[in-house]
Write a protein that binds this ligand. Structure first.
Ligand code: ATP
Length: 235
């Protein structure tokens, strides 16, 4: 289980994440809904060891992750797919994917995991020798998710996977993520795209100005007045 206990992130005096508590179990899809600037990216970066937590603790199966550097967080089984994807345009699909297999336990099963990624994203198999910079936004997002899978994570963190993608591509992406979940990985997704992310999540949380202000099953959140007001124009 991935657990956040009173996690707080500050940039100088600015409080970006304010005493956040929640958990994700393996094989579960949890979405954190939040508007621009709500603190979604900061929260994921705190879990991934990319920004320090001012207070609170992140635990993986009861072990504290606080203060663990980012590369070690990946070694311990947490992979982040950052907003903007962070892939290498001048390398091929396959080269990018193999870059993800850095943790020792991932290297041992690199070929099997690569086959699994190609199974979930057949488009990447067809285009394994293509330079990533020549691919569409949706294909690049697939590469980013595939590369994170190559580290054999127990938990996959996704920062706005739908950003900038056409609705049909978003739908394909979420269907692929459902397959990733079936492999036993826990997914924590931060999103502004409420409808599609709740459709594919088990549960969710509402993040406003760094604080969790609501939680529930996907159905509960979809029908929640505050969620509808904030994200769906109250309709
Ligand atoms: P977006 O969807 O726009 O990326 P977000 O919900 O992911 O928003 P964050 O990027 O976590 O939000 O930002 C939360 C707040 O912290 C914002 O007010 C932002 O300006 C501020 N912030 C983020 N990173 C830094 C930083 N490195 N230094 C100072 N302030 C920052």
């Amino acid at each position: 289980m991935l657990e956040l206990k009173n996690v707080t992130v500050r940039y100088g005096k600015h409080l970006a994440v304010d005493s956040v508590n929640f958990s994700v179990t393996k094989g579960e899809v949890v979405v954190v809904l939040g508007a621009n600037g709500a603190g979604k990216s900061s929260m994921l970066k705190a879990i991934a060891g990319m920004v320090p937590t001012a207070e609170g603790i992140v635990e993986l199966d009861g072990d504290p992750m606080t203060g663990v550097p980012a590369y070690n967080v990946t070694n311990r089984g947490i992979a982040l797919v950052p907003e903007g994807r962070g892939i290498v345009g001048r390398m091929t699909v396959e080269e990018n994917l193999r870059l993800g297999a850095t943790p020792p336990r991932a290297r041992a099963s690199e070929e099997d995991t690569l086959a699994q990624v190609f199974d979930i994203f057949p488009r990447l198999a067809e285009r394994r020798k293509q330079f990533v910079q020549t691919m569409s936004g949706g294909e690049q997002q697939m590469v980013a998710v595939g590369r994170a899978m190559m580290s054999k994570p127990e938990f996959l963190l996704l920062d706005e996977p739908s950003l900038g993608l056409a609705p049909i591509v978003v739908s394909e992406m979420f269907k692929a993520l459902a397959q990733v979940r079936k492999t036993g990985v826990g997914l924590l997704i931060v999103e502004q795209n409420v409808k599609i992310s709740l459709r594919h999540a088990d549960r969710g949380y509402l993040l406003e100005a760094g604080r969790i202000t609501g939680s529930g099953t996907s159905d509960e959140l979809m029908n929640d007045a505050a969620v509808r007001q904030a994200f769906l124009g109250g309709d």
